[in-house]
Design a protein around this ligand. Sequence first.
Ligand code: ADP
Ligand code: MG
Length: 475
Amino acid sequence: MQHTAELVWNRCLDFIKDNIQLQAYKTWFEPIQPVKLEEKALSIQVPSKFFYEWLEEHYVSLLKTVLTKELGEGARLVYVIRMENTYGNTKPFTENIPSNSRPNVRPQDVDAPLSSFTSELKNPFVIPGIRNLQVESQLNPNYNFENFLEGDSNRLARSAALAVANKPGGTSFNPLLIFGGVGLGKTHLAHSTGVEIKEKYPDKTVLYISAEKFTQQYIESVRKNTRNDFIHFYQILDVLIIDDVQFLSGKSGTQDVFFHIFNHLHQNGKQVILTSDKAPVDMQDIEQRLLSRFKWGLSAELQVPDVETRISILKSKLYRDGVSLDEEIIHYVAKHIQTNVRELEGAIISLIAQSSFNRVEVTLDLAKEVVNKFVKNTKREVSIDYIQKVVSDYFQMDVETLQSKTRKRHIVQARQLAMFFAKKLTKASLASIGNQIGKRDHATVLHACKTVDNLSFTDKQFRKYVDDLQQKLTL
Ligand code: ADP
Ligand code: MG
């Protein structure tokens, strides 16, 4: 038995290796051990719950494909989790989680597979009589209010969502539009609202759908000549949650059909919840009549959480996963990962993963290493102000001096370096760079960039300035 499990798994690995990046393969697949094979169920042992969740979230489609390829239709994957607590206070525990017992896989990340192991969206077009309409709500119960931590950055959005959940369609927050940058919790909050509604009002039909899927379904319905059924289906929902509506931009057909659905729901006191990566005023290529509808209700922004909230989010996540880490480490991670919550979670997962592969304790040093990699990998764009500050600090002058009209050689050089890095590290135009660095014109900036290029070839000392600054600016 053992033998066949291993054989099958090895063949799976060959396939997987060819289909994902090597680093990801090493991180997430090498540590897995095949345990047993019973009929078409392959059990694999993963080092921790994080692992399991990560695999389910990111590789479920790949796993399904390869397993079906090896074992045929009906293939199943069973995870055996060996939870290893580096603190040695708990015994390893084993948990069997049949992959397809999970009601729902977490919503897809950008790089996540397109379809899930468990449930394709139930074809919405078959309507067995409106009375006993059964809609699979596509909600993820893991995203709820309880584990959506409150902070200044999300208070308005969170309370609005709660209000909506208490009285769907019955508040002035209709539609409720939650907007904000990536990884700040829009999808989580949208699900929470749906989950809460379902809990309070089990009879209400709720549907969560990404704007992308909505669009695909719509196109499909046009192709199959079932556009009316499509519209009809959406019009009889009690609560419609559409994630990432910015995806509709430029897609006028889908916008049009959504407009009709929206109007119908709104007129009938049904709740609409939308998320977007931008505020309505900043949305492009969305029809005016839709934008104005979006503004009927409430637009609530999710902002980047402050460090206290980041700490609480981390703590709550660790607590739920049954892992304890030193305060010092938690603070370090929260302090240095500032972009968004998803990265914060990613850093901590990778930290724990590292420690469990290498069987070492999570120490502050390890945390520093992991965080460092994380911060480097996120290409954040530095601002021109920041570049000027770093360059003037480096040459021990202040920013006014750097910008001044003087022709003193070392100041001119500093200014040219600032311009060079502004061109290199930001998307700003030459004109805008010149304008921000002492009100020069674009020709001056162009000249500066050429000069820096030349000098760094011919002048060793100058080359060192460039290298030092490069390092400081991109660290
Ligand atoms: P978005 O849809 O805005 O890109 P997500 O909703 O996918 O972001 O959130 C990214 C991750 O961060 C998810 O795992 C989510 O659970 C987590 N998260 C975001 N905000 C919070 C919060 N306030 N409390 C707890 N977890 C959060
Ligand atoms: Mg999202």
